[in-house]
Design a protein around this ligand. Structure first.
Ligand code: PMT
Length: 310
């Protein structure tokens, strides 16, 4: 490195297995694996179905002692919202975490020792709370966090391996916006890149597509739904179908960055159809996930039935 900071990448795409060999597993992985095993065993014994929902973006560090990282746009809304519909819930903190919808606005200071819910919001909060408490009581939701690409990939591999025992009863709903580029640890500088050395040119390696081993080896009997995000409407259907053909799983849901909360396209081996919110539904705060999830539940039913007939 002379005039400027240059982090070099390569055009060669590594094998998914190699990714796990050259990166160290996150410290939190063993604890998460224990939680997942307990959760899966409990619900497997009760004959229930389990859905793995991945959601949100992944960061990629550009320094080993990370000060800086690259992130993406995903807020994780798709996954958080979708998690509520299989149970017909309206709960969870997402309803109170936006700056326009801060949970503090729902509270009032009654006196020096007590706070209470503002009566204006109590009806809505009551219904969210009731459903949330039901989920807690029945222990039907397990939340696992990831931040970096590596956190995500190690967790994905572990959780899918644990869920293999569910066979067709497992659904994998892959809505996370996973980084396509990264800098392998051994190519990353150790310490904070010094701005005094000039501008920064980044060249990154390609992240292998983990959908391939997931579909073919990790959970071949599972019902797998992946998402395809595009910004150019003319590419959406063709790229979604291409993904379905390439990986050979059950459904690709295509969405455009700007309209993802209003409209999606379902691509299956022998069908293609749109799910869309009407103007009235938008006014009524209907969420597109309320249409996506029942459709997937129907298709998952068929998947299980077909497997039973074999
Ligand atoms: O979170 P929100 O703000 O609500 O936005 C929701 C969403 C737009 C992020 C979501 O609906 C969505 O489209 N998620 C997938 C976005 C995406 O990154 O698509 P992709 O074309 O990069 O990847 C397609 C599929 O390949 C994904 O299912 C992903 O799990 C998988 N993939 C991606 C990268 C990688 N290295 N390996 C993979 O297997």
């Amino acid at each position: 490195m002379t005039m400027s900071n240059i982090l070099e990448g390569t055009n060669e795409i590594i094998n998914p297995d190699t990714y796990f060999q050259i990166n160290s597993q996150p410290r939190t992985l063993p604890d998460n694996e224990i939680k997942v095993k307990e959760f899966v065993n409990k619900h497997d014994n009760a004959g229930r179905r389990i859905v793995l929902i991945t959601s949100g973006g992944t960061t990629v560090p550009i320094e080993n002692n990370t000060v800086r990282f690259l992130d993406n746009f995903s807020a994780g809304t798709r996954g958080a919202t979708s998690a509520e519909y299989p149970f017909y819930l309206q709960p969870f903190s997402r309803h109170y975490t936006h700056s326009t919808n801060c949970f503090l606005d729902y509270m009032e200071l009654k006196d020096d020792d007590n706070i209470e819910v503002n009566p204006k919001y109590s009806q809505k909060m009551k219904s969210v709370l009731k459903k949330y408490q039901k989920v807690k009581q029945e222990d039907t939701l397990l939340l696992l966090n990831f931040v970096t690409l590596s956190d995500y990939l190690f967790l994905l591999r572990s959780v899918t391996q644990i869920m293999t025992c569910l066979k067709e009863r497992a659904m994998y709903y892959l809505a996370a916006a996973v980084s396509d580029f990264f800098i392998p640890s051994q190519k990353m500088v150790q310490h904070k890149i010094q701005s005094a050395e000039g501008g920064l040119t980044l060249s990154m390696d390609q992240v292998p597509k983990f959908l391939k081993p997931l579909v073919t080896n990790w959970v071949p009997e599972g019902f797998i739904v992946s998402f395809k995000l595009e910004t150019d409407p003319s590419l959406l259907v063709s790229k979604s179908r291409q993904a379905l053909t390439k990986y050979g799983h059950q459904i690709v849901i295509g969405n455009l960055l700007t309209t993802r909360k209003l409209e999606v396209v379902f691509i299956t081996k022998d069908s293609e159809f749109n799910l869309k919110l009407s103007e009235q539904e938008v006014k009524d705060d209907v969420e597109i996930e309320s249409k996506i999830i029942p459709e997937l539940v129907k298709k998952h039913d068929e998947w299980i039935k077909n497997a039973e007939m074999k």
